[in-house]
Design a protein around this ligand. Structure first.
Ligand code: HEC
Length: 138
């Protein structure tokens, strides 16, 4: 018997024996940790229905991000945040150019926190949220 096969079989035996023994061995612990990875849903599977709601796959839509993170300040103008839909307040902001607004929304500016507190927002999601606020002016 070649060496690799022997190692493999003895490895399997250890796993089986420890499972039969019912002991909380390292093997079991490792298997337990691996389990969730084995049961992960892939987008498009039946089990993945509702994934978009859970927000675990793909970018969230801009409106959802705005409502969840930005609205709290931008709906009423907390700390002089430019108010959603208020063209007069947004005009001097827009004059800086969208790239500056994207960057400032990602890095934060004065009281405006980095990513508007959406710490897990991607740069693309942030840009979409800024676009969403701009589009509300038209
Ligand atoms: C805690 C309150 C708060 C939250 C939450 C918040 N903002 Fe702001 N935001 C501000 C304030 C205050 C300003 C004005 C900052 C300044 O110019 O002094 C601002 C300014 C901005 C500007 C203009 C930046 C510029 O350069 O003029 C953009 C764009 C913006 N916010 C986008 C967002 C987006 C997108 C979100 C959500 C993902 C968000 N904000 C969440 C408070 C907030």
């Amino acid at each position: 018997m070649n060496h690799k096969l022997t190692t493999l079989i003895s490895g399997l035996l250890v796993v089986l024996l420890s499972a039969f023994a019912g002991a909380a061995t390292l093997d079991e612990e490792i298997r337990e940790r691996l389990n969730p990875a084995g049961s992960v849903c892939v987008f498009g599977d039946d089990c993945a229905a509702g994934m978009a709601v859970a927000g675990s796959a793909g970018p969230r839509d801009a409106e959802t991000i705005y409502n969840t993170y930005c609205m709290v300040c931008h709906a009423t103008g907390v700390s002089e945040a430019p108010i959603f839909g208020n063209a007069e307040q947004w005009e001097p902001r827009l004059a800086k150019g969208m790239d500056v607004l994207y960057t400032n929304s990602i890095n934060g500016i004065n009281v405006m926190p980095p990513r508007g507190t959406c710490v897990d927002c991607s740069d693309d999601e942030m840009r979409a949220a800024v676009d969403f606020m701009r589009d509300a002016l038209q």
